[in-house]
Design a protein around this ligand. Structure first.
Ligand code: PRP
Length: 212
């Protein structure tokens, strides 16, 4: 029996773009476009099985080998440092990790800075590198509310178009790091399914080259 390649796709618009890249790379699975409730799709002939997972969970599936490859944002890789190979920058899902605050915010170095974020490791590491004392406040979403209600002085969050900040009268103070989607692989799969993984890497690398 042919070895199936298990692919974890981030559910949502980004995942659909990623599927199109895999399809062009020769791993088509047309049924994936016909049903939007099912979570697992396979095409035995092409030797591929796809599953839709929450974007922030892709790296967990790949790290533990439930998926051989997947696509995760650089934000997740920096935050959780999963033990996986990062094979390729897909040049999609581009945004940045940034510090934002109310427009009138002025940093006072004498005081501990209150930082609200979903990305506590990225934020802690960033301020540690600057030697700045912070009080970290972990939130799960709607981070933009924190400075408005004076729960925090600043937020560390993802900024894509900047619309969410603007609509809430916040602005970017510093950019921490640019973010984009990355192709990742399980370390064992990379050895034992090297043929199909190498094919994906070279075909998708060629697609992103063409785009540039
Ligand atoms: C992210 C981020 C911001 C927003 C930024 O949230 O947390 O709220 O996108 O995008 P913009 O600059 O284009 O407005 P996401 O939609 O991923 O959901 P979340 O609230 O669960 O983080």
């Amino acid at each position: 029996m042919k070895k199936m390649l298990n692919v974890a796709l981030p559910k949502g618009r980004l995942g659909e773009k990623v599927y199109d890249m895999f399809e062009k790379a020769g791993f088509e699975c047309p049924s994936i476009k016909e049903n939007n409730r099912k979570l697992i799709f396979e095409n035995e002939e092409a030797g591929v099985r796809y599953f839709w997972v929450k974007p922030s969970d892709v790296a967990i599936y790949v790290e533990r080998g439930a998926a051989d490859v997947g696509v995760a944002g650089k934000d997740i890789l920096l935050e959780y440092k999963p033990d996986v190979y990062e094979l390729l920058d897909l040049d999609i899902g581009k945004c940045r990790m940034a510090v934002a605050a109310k427009k009138d915010f002025r940093d006072d170095n004498q005081r501990t800075l209150r930082v609200a974020t979903k990305f506590t490791n990225i934020a802690s590491q960033y301020y540690l590198s600057k030697g700045r004392d912070i009080d970290i406040i972990h939130l799960n979403g709607s981070i933009e509310i924190a400075p408005i209600l004076d729960l925090s002085d600043v937020i560390v969050d993802i900024v894509e178009t900047g619309t969410t900040l603007k609509e809430n009268n916040l602005e970017v103070f510093e950019t921490i790091v640019p973010i984009s989607a990355r192709l990742i692989a399980n370390k064992t799969s990379f050895r034992f399914k090297s043929e199909s993984i190498e094919k994906i890497v070279s075909e998708i690398a060629a697609q992103t080259e063409v785009k540039k």
